[in-house]
Design a protein around this ligand. Sequence first.
Ligand SMILES: Cc1cc2nc3c(=O)[nH]c(=O)nc-3n(C[C@H](O)[C@H](O)[C@H](O)COP(=O)(O)OP(=O)(O)OC[C@H]3O[C@@H](n4cnc5c(N)ncnc54)[C@H](O)[C@@H]3O)c2cc1C
Length: 436
Amino acid sequence: MGDGFGSLIVHCTARYLGFTNDEVAIFGPSENPVGTYQQFAYNLGQTVLRSESESHFLAPDWPTFAQLDAWARRSPAALWRSIRRKYNPGVAEILTEAAIVKERTNWEDVRVPLRVGWVQREMHPMPHFVLYDEQANFIGRAKHVMLAPGHGPLSFPPVLAKARQDPELADRIVQAYEPKQYAPGGRYIVIGAGIASVNEWANILDIGGSVLALTRNPEPETQDLNVPRCLFESIGIDAYVSMPFEQRVQFLGEVLRGTRPNRREWLATIEGGREEGRFDALVGDIDEIESGRAGLRVHVSSRHGEDPGWLDVTGITAGTGFNKSVLTIPLLRRLIEHYHVPVVEGRLKLQTNCGVPALDRPDSRLCCMGLIANNVIPHGDTIAGLKYIGRRFVADCARAEKLRKRPFPSRLALQFSMGRDVAHALRSVSTTRQLA
Ligand SMILES: Cc1cc2nc3c(=O)[nH]c(=O)nc-3n(C[C@H](O)[C@H](O)[C@H](O)COP(=O)(O)OP(=O)(O)OC[C@H]3O[C@@H](n4cnc5c(N)ncnc54)[C@H](O)[C@@H]3O)c2cc1C
């Protein structure tokens, strides 16, 4: 359920292991598994991924992106960068790979262009699920279901959310992930210091505007990846999963920080902006917004020293991400209410195999991936995390269905030919400039 990155990974892994397209269905409205991500990436102006070489869509671990890049461009440069953790695949490159994986696995053939509105557990004649669309029409039955609905809605601090209801102010307050346009000479407040906010600093400076970078704390905590690198490894994940749920949620609160890989290109742009007097940093919270001569008049208070006070700005961009509560996703909310699935602080209390308690069984799995699973797999909402969860789910399904696995030589040949096709396609994609 869900037609994003997660669907591509589960489908590709299922095909690799030996399931056929007759045995898989993907439910979702998008013709393209990268559609949802691509729109956000475009709005943000993202050119390279936050993630590194290992985050790709092929079923096994290899070839990684740096290996594919070296293969395609006959240059070891990407490998050398990757060894030093300075390689981030370009957005164009990963979209190219996704297109090849989609085509080679015939992703479109298994997609049912409907949104799932309800999933019901049935036990007869064997444990399975009945699926209904959002108008309560029957749309199918499935023995195993992966819930991959992606993110909840974009999140705004309450003062901004309220101001957006005022038609006079609404157009000037946007989320970093929304479409937007900056005016040369304009003056913008950008809230946050994660990768989305830093991207916007650079976008505004590049177009000739000025940035007031607003953070709540004087030294916002950010890191290269969305959790420390050790939590991307199975040893780290095992240690994390071995903690009780409450401790995991607390731990996640401590380690989950804004992502801000050190990128020398951005640093140079920001340094240039600072020297020209077009970049300044402020500490505080916006507590009032009204219309003003530059567009908006904004009051900022600070808990760390003097209040910055009233400011005239052209607009505000919030790098505040998505609402992370599962209760904001209608299908999950219905499941939670009907089946009494436990939820703590907006997070599903999933089993350690990402199964939904009371509904998941080894012979008929109901599993979650993506952001909704990050209390089990801390980097659940990254390509690497989706892969980790997707592979385990498919392996469980194969075990339950006593699947006759694709023989090793056939898997090897499939993987090699898909890698070759990606490398071939990458030759016609211009190399994306690395920022690290
Ligand atoms: C701007 C941006 C940059 C990112 N950069 C990186 C990066 O560099 N590296 C990295 O590893 N990750 C990155 N991520 C995270 C990455 O996009 C997510 O990990 C990934 O898209 C999540 O995949 P998903 O399948 O869970 O959700 P999505 O890709 O969001 O797909 C979910 C899909 O499910 C559909 N859907 C929802 N509800 C239903 C329903 N009821 N029935 C049917 N379909 C439904 C939605 O329409 C959507 O198309 C980034 C994310 C964003 C937004």
